[in-house]
Design a protein around this ligand. Sequence first.
Ligand SMILES: *Cc1c(COP(=O)(O)O)cnc(C)c1O
Length: 429
Amino acid sequence: MSMDHDQILALDNSIVWHPYSSIGSGHPIYPVASANGVRLRLCDGRELIDGMSSWWSAIHGYNHPVMNQAVSQQLESMSHVMFGGLTHQPAVELAAKLVKLTPKPLQTLFFADSGSVSVEVAMKMAIQYWYSKKKPEKDMFLTIHNGYHGDTFGAMSVCDPVSGMHSIFSGVLAQQSFVDSPTCGFGEPCKKSDIAPVAEQLEQNHQQIAAVILEPIVQGAGGMRFYSADYLKQVRELCDKHDVLLILDEIATGFGRTGKMFACEHAGISPDIMCVGKALTGGYITLAATLTTREISETISSGEPGIFMHGPTFMANPLACSAGLASLRLLTESPWHLRVTRIEMGLRQGLEPCRELAQVADVRVLGAIGVVEMKKPVDMKAIQPAFVEAGVWVRPFGKLVYLIPPYVINDKDLNQLTSAVRDVVASIA
Ligand SMILES: *Cc1c(COP(=O)(O)O)cnc(C)c1O
């Protein structure tokens, strides 16, 4: 028997946790009945244009016939088998495609079940690499402020200690090294004063540091900041100079969002270890992956204990891998670059007027990412219903009102998204 709108809400409110939420908060929440293209259909019949791609992931929109077909076809042969001692075509085919698509030095791949887990895996790879090289003292990580790498304990330890929302756990988190995030914006040269703290830390502590871990070009949930490609390039050079690995977390930026297939391409560099997730399956099923070089893989495999110490139960889930394959095919065979460029222009045009508003601190756009940063944190209880009333799904956090729409959005729908942001932002004093 299907539940009605109020029954869903009542059960939800009393027993179900949501991301970064409390039980029984009374914050507005909206039951969704279905989703199609760039529209979410609520149980009360209203339709909302999606400005979030379900957190960077649904790049082809919802209920896509090609995606649906791939997953239902896979369902008919097997939905899951363990990955210990067994393998299957969806996994090896997707791994080969990802190795081909990502920067050249990345040659092997570990399937993880979420972005956070792929970050744990990346950090463990870096530590195990140095352990195998008989340098077990290299087990710390260096990162920059305003970063976000996930919610598990290893990932939390490299999130911004303040904006990372994890400060209450600081007592049990591994202590890592943090330096200020760069002030040089995207498209600007990197100032000496920006790179100096990284250079200094690596100079002094490279004997303890396994890797530098960064989100390339765009810092997502830690502040939606865009920084200079030149900075990233210089970090790569410093890592090489000091024998420190570079981990790039492309979970949010990967698969075209910033206007390049991977954000590190803006800087013309490649990492030693890279994490992908979010858009990997076009928003269909949770899946992430950690890629690394042949040298790191062989060093780990020939060292002590000779195996990599990680293995999730649902590793390389065939349904997820088949969704990944279909999503990659859709992406690479589409004019994704033109679409992202067109969205970039629409976001610039549509959001730029917000800069005039007294309550707005900054407006910035890169690729299919548009950000309106407010001077004060928004009141979610007021702003969320205002967006729903305007017929759009926009989910701000803190001071940030931002749009990351599906790549398939048309100009008219994009226009409605940006005009809703203008109106709602203007209406909050
Ligand atoms: C979302 C995100 C993660 C965490 O991924 P989950 O799938 O939510 O665990 C890690 N790093 C970055 C940059 C992200 O945007």
